[in-house]
Write a protein that binds this ligand. Structure first.
Ligand SMILES: Cc1ncc(COP(=O)(O)O)c(C=O)c1O
Length: 392
């Protein structure tokens, strides 16, 4: 049986739920108290002894952050690099890869905008070809098509697991099995998956996994991390190398660190890093499968409710759907809906086409309202949101 979530405790730990009805955990979620306390405690030390001494005092706590992240995703601490965003983590890998004209990058229809922009830039610079794999009829990555698409010119599989819009959850582990069989480097954007669903890098068989702190993990803004499989350390140089990543051994020689921290850069906001660690520890206090089940149930309830509102269309696809619910209301712009809800202390966001352009263009979608659910949301909040949309 999937363990239940102690909703009272979750809400007691989350002051934001008393201030608003919050449906933007896929944007930047509400931090629980231990996160904000960890950030504040470090800032207080910085106030008194300065950033370097505060960092030195926090040495053990910072090491714990790597251990906590590793525990959360089934990795080893030396396979983790800390970054200031998911994009930075992803870029450190992508821009470290070398492409030539005629090489191919395989991606999916729900590829995140920043990642696709990087593909376009690489295509312009090197002539690498971008192949967006087709969806199944139910609207997620077609893994058989992936298997058939891999050829001698394929250099990278770069997928988005839980995309910015559209509810779908791509079959990241099935894709990983294909990638491993072809010995194809696999870069997985897990930005919106970590904290939402159980994540195990061994099961995913990914070589790289990028994630952010502020979304489903409920950490501070300006945090992220990268997982790197050891087999990739020598195959993919970090895009940016600084004194954190490497040792300057002699005037004309440097040596990269032996672990995943070669993908880091030296300066970090350690208050935020410790907040990230607190967020991961907090997440580890909850049953991951219980969190995932509750999110899916609540989001399913929201989709069903919205679908019954005349003029409202849920725009999500996929066989497996997560906590991200996107929809349109006939005759009303998404930005106006967001603003009107904000005036009622209800927080949603808008997914614009350029966040996921392949998918939006193919389905001719306008900007969508995005209401993203976390386990701390209640059934009552979901019903209330449906009612508010009905009476707009
Ligand atoms: C699927 C996906 N990947 C990557 C990102 C970028 O994350 P960050 O802003 O932490 O770089 C986002 C942000 O919304 C996202 O939705």
């Amino acid at each position: 049986m999937t363990p239940a979530i102690d909703l009272d405790r979750a809400r007691r730990d989350t002051p934001g739920v008393a201030a608003c009805r919050f449906f933007d955990s896929a944007g930047a979620s509400l931090m629980p108290l231990p996160v904000i306390e960890a950030v504040r405690a470090h800032l207080d030390r910085e106030l008194l002894v300065g950033g370097y001494t505060a960092r030195a005092e926090a040495e053990g706590a910072v090491e714990e952050v790597y251990r906590s992240i590793a525990t959360l995703i089934g990795a080893r601490p030396d396979e983790i690099a800390l970054t200031d965003s998911a994009t930075r983590a992803w870029d450190q890998v992508f821009y470290g890869l070398e492409f030539s004209a005629g090489d191919r990058i395989l991606t999916d229809q729900s590829c995140y905008g920043s990642n696709y922009l990087a593909f376009l830039q690489a295509a312009r610079r090197t002539g690498v070809e971008i192949v967006a794999l087709p969806d199944t009829p139910s609207g997620e990555l077609d893994v058989d098509a992936l298997d058939q698409a891999v050829d001698a010119r394929t250099r990278l599989l770069a997928l988005t697991w839980s995309p910015t819009a559209s509810g779908r959850v791509n079959p990241a582990a099935a894709a990983g099995a294909v990638a491993r069989r072809h010995d194809l480097p696999y870069l997985l954007d897990a930005c919106q998956a970590v904290g939402q669903m159980p994540v195990h890098v061994g099961e995913l068989q990914c070589d790289f996994l990028s994630a952010t702190g502020r979304k489903y993990l409920r950490g501070p803004r300006g945090t992220g991390f990268l997982y790197v499989h050891p087999r990739m350390l020598e195959r993919v140089e970090p895009a940016v190398v600084d004194v954190r990543a490497a040792e300057w051994q002699s005037v004309d020689r440097y040596r990269l660190r032996a672990d995943a921290r070669r993908y880091e850069t030296w300066e970090m906001n350690y208050a935020a890093v410790l907040g990230l660690g607190a967020a991961v520890d907090y997440a580890l206090n909850w049953p991951q499968d219980g969190v995932w089940l509750r999110i899916q149930e609540l989001a399913g309830r929201l989709r069903a409710g919205l679908s019954a509102v005349p003029g409202t269309m849920v725009r999500d696809t996929g066989t497996v759907q997560g906590g991200i619910v996107t929809f349109t209301v006939a005759g009303q712009a998404a930005a106006d809906i967001k603003r009107r809800l904000y005036e009622q202390d209800v927080i949603v966001s808008v997914s614009s086409p350029d966040g996921q352009l392949l998918d939006f263009a193919r389905r001719r979608l306008p900007p969508l309202v995005r209401a993203s659910i976390h386990y701390f949301n209640t059934e009552e909040e979901v019903e209330d949101l449906v009612a508010r949309i009905g009476s707009l």
